[in-house]
Ligand binder design. Structure first.
Ligand SMILES: Cc1cc2nc3c(=O)[nH]c(=O)nc-3n(C[C@H](O)[C@H](O)[C@H](O)COP(=O)(O)O)c2cc1C
Length: 254
């Protein structure tokens, strides 16, 4: 197992990583380029370079996992050198007409780790390298992390990167209702929202949320269309009943 530096993710349990040599870095960069070519030929229409969650490129960016003393360690500029080199090679191999985003951990949630201030700098660096969007996640870099979870808890990072680095962003993390999505987008805190676990809980989440906010143009699989009509009618009925109850209550107020 290789990483920016020698380290062990879980003390006394995980395997130790070996520090990458320049020859390893060349080989791995070519692997990324090869994977990009395969993704393009398979017909994918969007590529995201993973630089978050302690994965290889993330291990270079965070000072908690990058202890190198060469040109690839030390300052944030140095720590970004290899991730940006890989990004440049991948961007050159990916069709220029198709979008590319970069996923980052915008906060390590550990003293001395990456902070949202750093995330803004990281966003600027990838924007200058030709990224179209930054996908703003956080954490999973160190076992010492103390994240503060809550509804839409990573959206402030997307907000900062979008408005300070002036690059389009994706907000993700505990965004679980269409109303959350709409308020994030309308407030200019992200350009897209990514929704993960709500789709595990309910694979029809998108269709359900669209019906709830009255977006009837949402496409449904043809064989489910009768359910779409029924759902929309039932939600409409609930809304009318609620409105009637409210109106009745209002007339009965002293
Ligand atoms: C089962 C599962 C697997 C995941 N695997 C990955 C992964 O391989 N890479 C990644 O960047 N995020 C992964 N995530 C994180 C999601 O991409 C997302 O950032 C996270 O679940 C927060 O969004 P949510 O609150 O909408 O679920 C995973 C999440 C879940 C629930």
């Amino acid at each position: 197992m290789v990483s920016a530096s020698v380290q062990q993710y879980v003390p006394a349990l995980s395997q130790f990583s070996r520090e990458l040599t320049r020859a390893d870095m060349d080989r791995i960069k070519q692997d990324f380029v090869h994977a990009t070519g395969m993704a393009a030929s398979a017909g994918f229409d969007w590529l995201e370079l993973h630089c978050a969650h302690g994965y290889l490129l993330s291990s270079f960016i965070s000072p908690l996992t990058n202890l190198r003393t060469d040109d690839y360690g030390g300052s944030l500029e140095n720590r970004l050198r290899f991730p940006l080199e890989v990004f440049g090679a991948v961007r050159a191999a990916w069709p220029a007409t198709l979008p590319m985003s970069v996923r980052i951990s915008a906060h390590d949630w550990v003293e001395g780790g990456i902070t949202p201030d750093d995330a803004v700098q990281i966003g600027r660096a990838f924007k200058a390298a030709g990224a179209d969007m930054v996908d703003c996640s956080s954490g999973q870099v160190s076992k010492l992390e103390q994240p503060v979870f809550g509804r839409m808890f990573q959206t402030p990072f997307s907000d900062r990167v979008r408005n300070e680095a002036e690059i389009a962003t994706i907000a993700v993390g505990a965004i679980s209702e269409a109303d959350h999505v709409n308020s994030i987008i309308a407030a200019g805190r992200a350009d897209l929202c990514a929704v993960a676990r709500p789709h595990l809980a309910n694979p029809a989440w998108t269709m359900m949320e669209a019906a709830k906010i009255g977006y009837f143009e949402q496409a449904w699989p043809k064989q489910y269309l009768s359910a779409k009509n029924q759902l929309e009618r039932n939600l409409e009925r609930e809304k009318n009943t609620l409105a009637q109850t409210r109106a009745t209550n209002a007339t009965q107020l002293p």
